[in-house]
Design a protein around this ligand. Sequence first.
Ligand code: MN
Length: 501
Amino acid sequence: MSTVEDLIKILKTGDSSSSRLAILPYFRKNSSAYDFDLIRLAYDFAAEAHRGQTRKSGEPYINHPLETAIILAKMGLDQPSIIAALLHDVPEDTNYTLVEVEKNFGPEVAKLVAGITKLGIIKYRGMEKYAENLRNMFVSMAQDLRIVLIKMADRLHNLSTLDSLPAEKQKRIARESLEIYAPIANRLGIGSIKGELENLAFPYVYPDKYQWMKKDVLPKVELKMEYLQSVIKVVKKELVANKIKFISVHGRQKRLYSLYQKLIRPQYNGDLTKIHDLVALRIIVPSIGDCYQALGVIHRLWKPLPGRIKDYIAQPKPNGYQSLHTTVFCLEGKIVEFQIRTIAMHQQSEYGIAAHWHYKETGKTDKKIGEKGYTLPKKLNWIEDLVKWQKNIRDNQQYLHSLSIDFFHNRIFVFTPEGDVIDLPEDATPVDFAYQVHTWIGDHCVGSRVNSQHSPLETKLKNGDVIEIVTDKNRKGPNRDWLKFVKTGAAKSKIKSQSEL
Ligand code: MN
């Protein structure tokens, strides 16, 4: 059982050895960023407010906000977030109000708590509420991403204590986590939270599939992990022999839920032997140069499978993911995937937006949101676009439909001629691409070249395509016929609004 001392210890020393989030202290700035007396005061305030309340499991209620704060402390979040996490259920569930929170802990903490409270009120009940919940989530994200991160931590802890709830409620919370929280965590690039949410929710949402995975699939994954141990020995020896520095060489096991999702795709059809990244060998090194050198070492040891070398360092995924991937015929001729990255890239992939926490002290941000100086990193402009765009859609059914296409549907990654990555939903067309790049380009596009070939505007784009848009400044605006093939809500709404003028 955790105590506030544990929380303070984590904040002071970065000691979070018990958790999968253990690598986080690498980017913790320094413990002097925290006022421990104030954190203790916040804990005492929350403990007093929740006094006499218990969780369904019978334990004191305060354990829940405390565990939520501990998850965030391990993520290296700032002090207002930690305090807000301790207080997050106070206005909703106790006799203390938001005004009292603000009086004691200031406007910044109060704003975060208010944001979390607002998100909490709308529960997942039916289509209408679901859509409403999503809308609110995005509005909060654009206001202050910390609100969503606190909500994620809150949800993680609730999921890990689902056992004591009635079955129906278990299922609702778990499903909501899979359908709302995990995709958002994924979109923010927080792989560790996405994975943990999914793994915790999986047994409740798909109990039969979970049992099957656990009984039939997991043992095979574990066997492969054991095999990796001998590969790790060879790799380490070879890296040392070649004088390549490394921080860690370890096996990573694909999480059960994402493995399940991959297995049920038609091209795998439940056949485990077709999946090459069941387990992967990760090499974490100090610098980018070391990444390429390590790749060279691996390819000298074992032959790579053709077409499976991916340089996500030179061409990062749009959510910021960077690594070198290769798949080789390894020891005993077995197929093994390698992922090679720097420690900074590793943190980025595990903690996404939280990994390079742009708050106040950094000057590398673009847009000011609110008077508190909270800024969104440039990559997350899409959140703001989404909020602007969703304001125009009144009908919840339609909203959900377009959202699932724009946001949650499988994405493809295409390139501008300059090599910028643009991410689009599957089956998007050059017109979607044009509007994604700039409204003016969309409104004035007259043709497109896909991989240097003239291609019709309704061409379905594929991963990796390079798109060039031909524009004509004399064009009077978009063609309504485009509505028949465009995929993104953004393109649709712009075409509609322009052609009505
Ligand atoms: Mn809570």
